[in-house]
Design a protein around this ligand. Structure first.
Ligand SMILES: Cc1cc2nc3c(=O)[nH]c(=O)nc-3n(C[C@H](O)[C@H](O)[C@H](O)COP(=O)(O)OP(=O)(O)OC[C@H]3O[C@@H](n4cnc5c(N)ncnc54)[C@H](O)[C@@H]3O)c2cc1C
Ligand SMILES: NC(=O)c1ccc[n+]([C@@H]2O[C@H](COP(=O)([O-])OP(=O)(O)OC[C@H]3O[C@@H](n4cnc5c(N)ncnc54)[C@H](OP(=O)(O)O)[C@@H]3O)[C@@H](O)[C@H]2O)c1
Length: 453
């Protein structure tokens, strides 16, 4: 590091979700010049396109916070740019340009396929796609999702409840059944999210399910009454139902096969029954080999996501691989990308947020992880000489994006778009308004493009 501090250091942060934005802030206040590259036109990641669409106050609060951070003069934002092996830039391109460190905060964009027969049938979806759809992220916003009348949701986390919320209060389907591979004590959702759908929960069926699994849970030391009490504790603050949708939870059931009809659509979900076993201090589901079929016409996997395997970094356990013995640990954690085949760190590359640990925690957790990731980068930069010609490196980067045939969006454009969308919401009397395609967003910002949205 030069005596003046980090003033002549240039870092690329990839992904402007909560982790990337707060990491950028931390780097910028230490005088690092940050180039923040984002796949989506708008910043925010899952805070913009994941959090349930009608949490307007929370989303607007985060939006304002993010835009304020982007105003920092040491942060340059470029949206509508994808990094990856087949993206607009590869990691190697950024390194070759002279970026001194690259912090990858691109979230968990890959899909966890279980390899079950029938996964390709019409009516099988992954939660992320639907979440992007109802939050108006192009191109998911304009895709057609065929939601039937009876829907199986695989998993018992908060994403499952967000999807149940949408199906029950917006789509008003007949039936939603959450298929849980373990027992009532292993559900991961919170009371806060349950309140939106508890009014539709079939309490008689819940009691019957709890009694059915009681002896199996007892055998591993779980008290199902506690789980039942937790679920029912959402009732007092539960919202009035707006549909006749019947919501239920089926325990000790693991998806085995999706059945289809002659037109290639879902006609049922075969589940394998499970029991509970204790293993290494955890309660796990053990498949029993016996199966039964649930009468559903739509199956939605709400089982968490994994990172994008085409990004150009090694992947293990759904996330990018980290150096097992980091040189710049923060709070005992590793943020350094690592090649396990070559047994060596990946030159200048760091990871944070859901790219470091996929599908893990709330916005506040991603924020902290991004900030810690930026601390690891700052520690690393202490050993890296300042750039002799930082402006030259940055100008060369600008020259490259100038030649790209994809229109790139900068922070002034983003502010313009946000103002236009706010005004449009006001004009239409809506709590929020988002353009559904990139072409419309670019047109609103006055950016010419011949590329379809
Ligand atoms: C359905 C759902 C609902 C949620 N609801 C809540 C909630 O109510 N409250 C709460 O606190 N938390 C909620 N969370 C959790 C919260 O959204 C996450 O903790 C947080 O957004 C993760 O931040 P991140 O920055 O690591 O990743 P992300 O938010 O996923 O951001 C990743 C960013 O990287 C960009 N990107 C991706 N690939 C590339 C690439 N190849 N090149 C360049 N850029 C790329 C994306 O455009 C995106 O901007 C929810 C999560 C989900 C899935
Ligand atoms: N409103 C909110 O605050 C909100 C909303 C959405 C998301 N989030 C947060 O975002 C994070 C991710 O949420 P999430 O719901 O995706 O993840 P999650 O909480 O980890 O839940 C995933 C669920 O999928 C199940 N599952 C995983 N793999 C499976 C498989 N192969 N077969 C069957 N079931 C499987 C898990 O069961 P096991 O337990 O048996 O593994 C679990 O029930 C969480 O931290 C969550 O709190 C918050």
């Amino acid at each position: 590091m030069s005596e003046e501090g980090f003033g002549n250091h240039l870092v690329a942060v990839i992904g402007a979700g909560p982790a990337g934005i707060f990491a950028s802030r931390q780097l910028a206040i230490n005088d690092v010049h940050v180039v923040l590259l984002n796949r989506d036109i708008l910043p925010g990641g899952l805070a913009e396109y994941g959090i349930y669409f009608n949490k307007y106050k929370m989303k607007e609060g985060l939006r304002r916070q993010f835009h304020q951070i982007l105003e920092h003069p040491r942060i340059d934002y470029y949206g509508n740019i994808r990094i990856g092996e087949s993206g607009d830039f590869r990691l190697a391109d950024l390194r070759a340009l002279g970026f001194q460190a690259i912090l990858v905060t691109s979230g968990a964009q890959g899909t966890k396929w279980l390899g079950l027969p029938g996964e390709n049938l019409l009516g099988v979806y992954h939660a992320k796609d639907l979440v992007f759809h109802y939050n108006s992220l192009p191109p998911y916003s304009v895709r057609d999702y065929r939601i039937g009348k009876r829907v199986a949701l695989i998993g018992a986390g908060n994403v499952m409840l967000d999807i149940a919320h949408w199906l029950i209060r917006e789509q008003k389907v007949e039936e939603v059944v959450s298929v849980v591979r373990r027992g009532p004590n292993d559900i991961k959702f919170t009371r806060e999210e349950l309140k939106f759908v508890i009014g539709n929960l079939d309490l008689q069926r819940l009691t019957a399910e709890i009694e059915r699994v009681r002896p199996i849970a007892d055998a591993v030391g779980q008290n199902v009454d506690e789980a039942k009490e937790f679920i029912l504790s959402a009732l007092p603050k539960g919202l009035e139902p707006v549909s006749d949708s019947r919501f239920s939870l089926v325990f000790l059931a693991s998806p085995a096969r999706i059945l289809g009809n002659e037109s290639g659509s879902v006609s049922g979900l075969e589940v394998e029954e499970t029991t509970l076993v204790c293993s290494e201090g955890d309660v796990q589901a053990k498949r029993l080999g016996t199966r039964h079929t649930l009468d559903v016409d739509t199956v939605i996997f709400c089982i968490g996501d994994k990172v994008d395997e085409t990004f150009g970094l090694p992947v293990r356990n759904n996330a990018f691989v980290k150096h097992p013995v980091p040189s710049y640990p923060v709070d005992g954690l590793s943020f350094e990308a690592y090649d396990p085949d070559l047994n060596r760190p990946i030159d200048r590359v760091f990871v944070a947020g859901w790219s470091r640990e996929a599908s893990s925690g709330l916005v506040g957790v991603a924020r902290k992880d991004g900030e810690n990731g930026s601390r690891a980068v700052l520690d690393f930069l202490l050993h890296v000489p300042a750039l002799v010609d930082p402006k030259g490196v940055f100008d060369e980067f600008l020259g490259k994006i100038g030649k790209s045939n994809r229109p790139v969006v900068q922070k002034s454009d983003v502010q313009k778009l946000v103002d236009i969308q706010r005004a449009e919401a006001e004009r239409l009397g809506l709590p929020d308004f988002k353009y559904a395609t990139n072409a419309e967003m670019l047109a609103a910002m006055g950016i010419e493009t011949t590329i379809p949205g």
